[in-house]
Design a protein. Sequence first.
Length: 459
Amino acid sequence: EARAKAERLEGRFASSFAALFASYHPAGELEAHLDGSSDEEVPGKASNLKWAVQKAYEHCEQEPSIQVEQVLLTVADADVFFHPSYFRRIEHEYMLMKESPGEQHKWTMWQAPQLPYRNYFISPAPSRVWGYISSIYEFGGVASLSSGGHHMVFSAYSTSMQLAHDAGMWDGDIIAEDHHAYVKTFFYSVYCSAEAQLMPGKAEASGLGCRAALRVRPIMLPVKSTSVASAEGLWASYVERWHQATRHCQGVAELSYSLLVCWDMICTLPLSMYNVHFVMQLIKVMVRPFFMHIVPICQAIALGALTVYWVWNKRSVPTCPDRIWMASSDGETLLCGLAGAWALTWPVMIPFTMVAFANYRFIRSSFLEPSWAHPGASLWHMCDGGIPATWGSQVFTVVYTILFDALVLMAPLMVPYGLLAEVCGCWNVWWKGNHFNYVTAAKSIGGPATDYGTMRANP
C-alpha cells in the first residue's frame, strides 16, 4: 500500500518539483536512549519523520547543487491545504533574517494557525466541538507570538533542515511529534548557547549566560485540514474521534520529558549560565504542557464538584450569596459569586459564547469568504467546509450549527472526549510510558475520495 501511494504521488507531482523520491520506513526499528536502553519505535508520525528527514538530509548532502544549511523543511499531514502564499511568506522571512545580523534564520520554526474545517458540515459533533477548542487554542497561540507570547508548533510547521538534523527533532518512540520537536529543539538551543559561552577564551562567569535561540514565528495564513469523520457511519466516527482524543492526550508524556530534561540541565549547567531572561523562557516552556494537560482536568473536576454541590443544595451554595450584587467588594464573597455560586451559567456561558463567535469568524473569513471572492483561485480557496445553504445562506447554516454545538453539545461531549480521554492519557503514560497503539484517524471528506482531495489538480 505504501509503495502504491508513493507511485501515485510521483506520477501526479513529479513534474512539479526539481526532485521527488520516496523512502520506505522499515518496521521493527529501535530507538536508542542516552542511558543505554532502547525501545521499539512506535509506528506513527514521529518515527516516520525521524526516518524520512534523515533520508532527505542524506539526499540533499549528495546533491552538489544543494546547500543543506539553506534548505527549509515543511511537515504536514496528508489532509492539509496550505495557503498559496505560505511558502512565499516563509521564504521572505527567511531571507530577511539571513541578511540581518545574527543567525536567527538557523533557529526559527514557522507556524500557521490550523483550522480543521475542510469537512465541517459532514463531521460528527465530537469532531466539530474539538475543532472549536483546537482552533481557539492554536489561532490564539499563533497570534500571541507577534506580541511576545509563547506557543509550540502543531501538526503542520516549517523549520531549517539543518536544525532538524542537528537537534534530532523527532524520536521514534514518542506520540506528540510536534510538541516533542519543539521542546527537544529548545533545549538543544540551550545546550549550544551554553557550549558557546563556555568555550575557551570566554570567561565562564561573563554574566552573559544562556540564551535559548529557538523562536517560533507566526504565519497568519490559515492552514486548512479535516476533522475526524468515518465513511462507515456515525458510530464509527465517534469511535475514531475517541482514538484521536486519547492519542492527543498521550502528549502529556511531554510534561515528564520536559521535567527530565530540565532536571538534567539543572544538574549540569553552571549557575553563572542562568539569567532572568533565560529563566523566563524556561518557565514558559515548562508550564505549557502542564496547562495543556493537567490544568483542564483540575478545572473540569472542580466545576463538576461545584455543580453537584450546587444541585444538591437546591441550586445554591451555602455561605455564598444567591445574588451577584450581594457579593461584597472586599473580595470575601465576590469570587464566590463570579465562580458560579449565584448561577452556574456565569463561568460557563460567557466563554462558550466567545468560543462560538470566534469560530464563526474563523469559518466565515477563512472558508466562506475566500470561496465567494476567489472560487477558482486554488484548492485552498475552494474549501468552504462543504457547508450547504439554508434558506439561501451558508452563513445561517454556520450560525445555527455553531450555536447548537457550543450551547448544547460542548459541555457534555467534553466529559468523555476531554476529561476521560485526558485521564486515560495520564494513566497510560504513568504505567506504560510511550508504549501506545497508534490508530490513524479516518478523515472522510465525503464521497469515494481516499486522498483527502489533495490529489486534485490546482485550478
